[in-house]
Design a binder for this molecule. Structure first.
Ligand code: NOJ
Length: 777
């Protein structure tokens, strides 16, 4: 084993992140790994093999108590393969010691955690992160998360979440990258490389790289009615053309593990679905990592109605699941199933081998304490460099939804960016809450250490702008709803004053201000797991507050916090400027100051459609045409596919987002108007920054296959490039179009590019595109 200190540098535009890493567990060959594991498995009893497949709850282990707890006893008996969501390197080292020193064979544990969008330095929620369309930044966010988590003992993260989601009622849309498979695939790759290391031949070689676990395999985002954990039912055609691509991209990027989803697929829960876990994942895609269930995924199959614990545990293992999270169905019943011939010893061996391979690849057999360097936390966690990176990426994730002058219809300058002068009143229930800044699924967050919007603005603008504050309203009028929406230490400290008293105070503060920054929307726990909603309007008391603030006649910027697309027709109509900041992570407040006051020009573009009302859901840009389509921009027409009470258009389409500057696209130039099956074509446009500010634009390439053997979507994203342009500057952007890019899964699920005509579209969002025609011969 080689030990050396190494400085690594990730250079990303202006920023450099430096981490002192430790050991390189220089890789041995696959043959050596096989031999090592075979020899080890020869020594293992059936119980010990099953033990490797067990991932129990570790809640009761705290430092010092490790020895006496129930989990500790199981670890010593060799009945535990790993633990998750334990925080603290000392604690993890103590527990690892139990496994290494007190269990018969000394097999190290794997320590997992939901490190979803950062560890202690928190990045934007994944939906926000995806709106940056900046793959280098996304990879960097995962890289920093890996550095920090590994410094604290974690070697395995339950990320990236790759579920395509088209239904904003589902709270977990916040955890994914939105509705598009092509973009989702690019992000999957960036995240896996960020966590595991970009060197495909030596991923996980270092002690600051951790194993990714892509999830939730599969189709979890398509639950009926946007209700969490709900049933999924879809054609294989839709699966492969619209949902599977990001998971497959993670496999290609070398992801070491996968997590099964809670939902059923084709009538069989994913956790027991052999077609999914073996035929597709392993045989078709060549995945060679291990698969863990989701939390109690095995025992939940009893509720799904497919058998008792022994039956469902056997079904899961036989389907291709390797590790049982929390159910303890494997440790509790597999031995019996083997004795009864319901599970073969070969199947158990396969799963056990995969778990040991994962530990081997992580280098834990070389050094079980590889991730337990007690000096690292102080050096590598929540560092200045990491926080700087998070601030920059947060600013990139914000989406400017509207920016007009304060007098509707006038040609006066738009409200944003604000001038650094006078008094700014920050008003709203989300204006002064530290714990709500990081966003949902930030398990390791330091909830009290991130500045609130009010605090951040005060700090950044000190000496220039007088910043004042009022809460203005509670989150929601219903106290019980507010309680459900502010769990896990993220309370908004409900105010016991009356709505009127709070409003009066806010109006008083507003009266003394030149500009109002209204910090409104969802609390962080209104999205995320088990946080589905049927009403996506601005919560009642907050709307009343917003109306009252607008009535003062002062300029109002809505700084919108949300974990999902909301229905914002009223706000779009009445508020001059809307900046959607999602939940931007630990540095959100500073990033808001950067963007509102023009130090950073917003460049985020939506990766999920914002509907006009809940009844339009699911509403996504890459839909099919139907036999009775309604033209874009039209309203009702009898006997067309539409509604009586609202048109089919979104409020904000996929790919949409404004800037303080404007961009113009030239017509598309094709290198040749037609291409052969083995050829390729280059489509180019010139993008010009026609405004007064420097800024970044995301140019998006869409295609439409006009005639297919099966119906094809009206648009599909097939390329994108984020380009920075100084005011007045032009750049030509080129996309290479290959037959592979035009391919799809046909009726028999063959991946084909069918000859014929394609519309090639390029523009700044999915609606504003230039179009030309390409023929594939
Ligand atoms: C349940 C969630 O569905 C999953 O995303 C998460 O990784 C596990 N719990 C572990 O916390």
């Amino acid at each position: 084993m080689k030990t050396f200190a190494l400085f690594i540098t990730i250079s990303l535009s202006t920023l450099t992140v430096t981490s002192v890493a430790g050991k390189d567990t220089s890789k041995r060959s696959p043959q050596e790994m096989d031999k090592f594991i075979t020899e080890l498995m020869d020594k293992m009893t059936i119980e010990e093999k099953i033990g490797q497949l067990n991932l129990p709850v570790s809640g009761e282990i705290t430092t010092g108590q490790a020895k006496s707890s129930d989990v500790a006893r199981k670890i010593e008996q060799g009945l535990v393969g790993g633990l998750f969501n334990l925080k603290g390197v000392e604690k993890i080292r103590d527990v690892q010691k139990l496994a290494v020193e007190n269990s018969r064979l000394g097999i190290p544990l794997i320590f997992g955690m939901d490190v979803i969008h950062g560890y202690e330095t928190i990045f934007p929620i994944p939906l926000g992160l995806s709106c940056s369309w900046d793959m280098a930044a996304i990879e960097q966010s995962a890289r920093i998360a890996a550095i920090e988590a590994s410094a604290d003992g974690i070697s395995w993260t339950f990320s990236p979440m790759l579920d395509i989601s088209r239904d904003p009622r589902w709270g977990r849309v916040s955890e994914g990258s939105g509705e598009d498979p092509f973009l989702g695939g690019a992000i999957a790759k960036a995240m896996v490389l960020g966590y595991q290391g970009a060197d495909l031949n030596n991923q996980l070689g270092r002690n600051d790289e951790i194993m990714a676990c892509f999830k939730h395999f599969a189709l979890y985002g398509a639950g009926e009615a946007g209700r969490d954990y709900n049933t999924v039912d879809m054609s294989r055609n839709r699966m492969f053309n619209e949902y599977m691509y990001p998971y497959e991209a993670a496999v290609k990027a070398g992801a070491g593990s996968a997590m099964a989803s809670f939902n059923e697929v084709d009538g069989v829960p994913a956790t027991a679905n052999k077609w999914l876990m073996t035929d597709v994942l392993r045989n078709q895609w060549g995945f060679d990592g291990f698969v863990v269930t989701d939390y109690t995924g095995i025992s939940e199959m009893i509720e799904h109605g497919i058998g008792d614990l022994q039956t469902v545990s056997a079904r899961a293992l036989n389907a291709g699941i390797d590790m049982d999270m929390v159910s303890e169905g494997f440790v509790g019943t597999l031995k019996k199933s083997i004795d009864e011939g319901k599970v073969s010893i070969e199947t158990l061996n396969t799963a056990c081998r995969r778990m040991l391979e994962a530990k081997y690849k992580l280098g834990l057999f070389d050094d079980p304490y590889k991730y337990c360097d007690l000096k690292r936390p102080a050096r590598d966690i929540f560092t200045k460099e990491h926080r700087q990176a998070a601030r920059k990426i947060a600013g990139e994730s914000f989406v400017l939804l509207k920016n007009s002058s304060t007098t509707p219809g006038s040609s006066a300058a738009p409200l944003l960016p604000l001038k650094k002068q006078g008094t700014v009143a920050v008003i709203g229930p989300l204006a002064n809450t530290r714990s709500n800044m990081p966003g949902t699924w930030s398990v390791a967050a330091r909830l009290n250490d991130y500045p609130s919007v009010y605090e951040g603005l005060k700090e950044v603008l000190a000496g220039k702008v007088n910043v004042t504050y009022a809460k203005g309203s509670n989150l929601i009028s219903d106290a019980v709803y507010e309680e459900h929406a502010t769990m896990f230490g993220r309370s908004l400290n409900r105010d016991n004053r009356t709505d009127q008293e709070m409003l009066d105070e806010a109006l008083k503060v507003a009266a003394g201000a030149d500009v109002i920054v209204a910090a409104l929307g969802e609390s962080s726990e209104m999205s995320g797991e088990s946080s589905s909603r049927t009403n996506l309007n601005m919560p009642d008391v907050q709307r009343t507050l917003l109306e009252a603030l607008l009535k003062t006649g002062k300029p109002v910027v809505l700084t919108l916090f949300t974990g999902r697309p909301l229905t914002l027709n009223w706000e779009q109509e009445n508020v001059p400027a809307i900046l959607n900041v999602w939940f931007g992570g630990s540095e959100t407040a500073y990033a808001i100051a950067d963007v509102l006051f023009g130090d950073v020009n917003p460049s985020g573009k939506l990766t999920m459609t914002f509907p006009k009302n809940v009844g339009q859901i699911p509403l996504f840009y890459n839909h099919k045409n139907t036999g009775r389509p309604l033209k874009e921009g039209k309203w009702f027409q009898k006997f067309r596919s539409n509604y009586l009470d609202v048109d089919n258009d979104p409020l904000y389409p996929f790919g949409y987002g404004l800037s303080y500057t404007t961009f113009q696209y030239s017509d598309i130039a094709l290198s040749t108007p037609s291409m052969e099956h083995n050829g390729s074509v280059v489509a180019s446009v010139t993008v010009t920054n026609t405004g007064k500010y420097d800024g970044a634009e995301v140019a998006q390439l869409y295609i439409r296959d006009l005639v297919g053997s099966i119906t094809r979507p009206v648009k599909e994203l097939k390329g994108f490039e984020k380009v920075f342009l100084k005011a007045g500057e032009s750049k030509t952007i080129s996309f290479e179009i290959t037959p592979g890019l035009l391919s799809f899964y046909d009726y028999d699920l063959n991946y084909v590019a069918e000859p014929g005509d394609f519309d090639i579209m390029i523009g700044g969002n999915s609606r504003a595109v230039k179009t030309t025609r390409l023929t594939l011969r």
